[in-house]
Each structure stands twice: as structure tokens, then as C-alpha cells.
Write a protein that binds this ligand. Sequence first.
Ligand code: NAD
Length: 325
Amino acid sequence: MKQVLVLGAGGFIGSHLVKRLKAEGCRVRGVDLKHPRYCESAADEFLVADLRDPANVRSAMDLPFDEVYQLAADMGGAGFVFTGGHDADIMHNSAMINLNVAECAAKNGIRRIFYSSSACIYPQQNQADPDNPNCREDSAYPADPDSEYGWEKLFSERMFMAFARNYGLECRIARFHNVFGPEGSWNDGREKAPAAICRKVAEAPDGGEIEIWGDGAQTRSFLYIDECLDGVLRLTRSDFAGPVNIGSDRMVSINALVDLVCGIAGKRLSRKYVDGPTGVRGRNSDNDLILRELNWAPKEVLEDGLRKTYEWVAGQIEAGENDAG
Ligand code: NAD
């Protein structure tokens, strides 16, 4: 039986990944500061531990795991990452986790480690045109991410690659582009655009108004969680190290995303455009490399993933789960 360790197993992607690995028959240890908020963890063993502490990382990695997935990070959507108010914590906490994990993985003979980087590493000047952003993997340098979150991810990518070079640690690195789905942050200040829009639309009465940060013309692409996991597992078990984008290449504006969610909800809503942290003007996953190296491309249509997410968020609101925090 494959022994797998998931770091960040209490988070959105981590908790879904644990379910997938269990369904495959793996034995899974999950580690996080907290249990998953919206489901019981499917892990065989769940350690509540702070991975900024090297002693906790050593105990978490005390078995010769076949695969380690490093998803733990101090992370959130635009309202958390782009305001500047959490920059020191984001850089310090995530770098501490990654420093500990890389060193311990190399010392403890971990066979293979997956590291979740982000599209936020790409230079801001390549993402100024909402219709034509460049997020090819080889455009990352000269580096100029627009957030400290992106700079930390770039540093940690490089550190994992250095451990691969000098200590033979088998690393696989993906740059995620906006992953969404049920059972993720939707009202705690760390939510990302799809969940936030689902919440705003679900809470508004038909004919009412919702607030949109910026002018809504900024573009992004959105990848449904199940598809993200397909890409992660395929990359981790391949001979290709990355870094490689894992995302959707269907770029939509935030206004178009709102149209889709309103359509799903069957509501007509007007929009009030307000100042808010919006990040770069345009971003899209460039999937040429992953298609070439791993023969992987997302298949699910955005509308289907949005419907599942909307129904889940609306269910949370109906159940009175709208206590932020
Ligand atoms: P998430 O915030 O839901 O999960 C991250 C988890 O890390 C949280 O449960 C958190 O408690 C845990 N964590 C933070 N600090 C910790 C610590 N000191 N010790 C132990 N655990 C700690 O985020 P997610 O959306 O599941 O993202 C997972 C990974 O993918 C992160 O590294 C994130 O940066 C990356 N990523 C996600 C997206 C996305 O769209 N969701 C996009 C790009 C990159």
C-alpha cells in the first residue's frame, strides 16, 4: 500500500486530495494547523501541527513516504493576498514551512515531493493586457511578481529545485491557476473570486445589486478542483519535474464569471463597481507545456464546476453557516 503524506490536509485542495488518495487505496497521513472546516478528513491519521516548527515537520515525516504533497501555506484570495496587510506573515510563514519541509524531506529519504506553486509568480508586466496575458512557464524570469505571495512561491520553487540538484530530492512543481470548488473558503476573508461571487449572488435577492471589485474587466481562468487533482497526480507520478502550469486555459472576465453565476442562480442582478484589490489585469494558464509533457488538459466545462460550487455555497448560507471566521 502506498504511504502518502499530505501537508495542508485541512485546507481546500489538501482535503480534496486526501479523499482522492484514499479512494485510490493509499494510506494517508494528513497534517495541518486545523482540521478541514467543511468535512471530516478522510485521512487514516491526521496530525494537528504547526509546520513552521522543524520538530513538528520531523515527526510528520518520520516514515519513508512514497509521496509527499506540500500544500500548506498562509494563503487566500485577492482580499487576503493583494491588500499588503498580510505580506510579512505570508512570506515568513510559508517560507518557514517550505524551508523545514525541503530539508527534512531530503534528510528523511522521502521518495518524491510535490510542491504547489502559483500563477502569482509570473511577472506583472506580462499580465497588463486583459486579452493577451503571457503565463508561459519560461516567462517567469526576469521575475517581477505583483505580490509578496508570488515572491515567496518563486523562492520556494527555487529552493525545492536546489534540493533536487544538490541532494537528489525528487521534486514535482506545479503553478496552480485559480482552483475552485465546494468545501473551500467562501466567507472568511480568504475566499477567491468564484466562491466570493457565488456567495454574493446567493445572498442577493432577485433584482438586487452586488459589489464587484474593480471594473470587472480583469480576466482570469478557473480550474475545478477534481481536474486540479488529476493534474497533480499525473505530474507527481511522471518523470517530468516542472515547474508547470496546472490551470484552465479558458480565460473569462470577472463580469463574465458573474453572468455565469447569475445564470446558474436564475437571478438578474445589477452591479456596483467598487475599489478593491484586483491583482493583475489579465491572467490565463498556458497549457502547451503540460499538454506536451504529460498529455494533460482540463476537460470539465467551467459552467459545471460553477454550478456545483454555487449549490454548495447556497447550501452553506441556507444552513446558517455564514459566520465568518
Ligand atoms: P488553503 O488555505 O485552503 O490550504 C492551505 C492550508 O495550509 C490551510 O489549511 C492552512 O491551515 C495550512 N497551513 C497554513 N499554515 C500552516 C502551518 N504553519 N502549519 C500547518 N499547516 C498550515 O489553500 P488551498 O487553496 O488549498 O491551497 C493549497 C496550496 O495551493 C497552497 O500552497 C496555495 O498557495 C496553492 N495555490 C492554490 C491556489 C488556489 O486557487 N486554490 C492557486 C495557486 C496556488
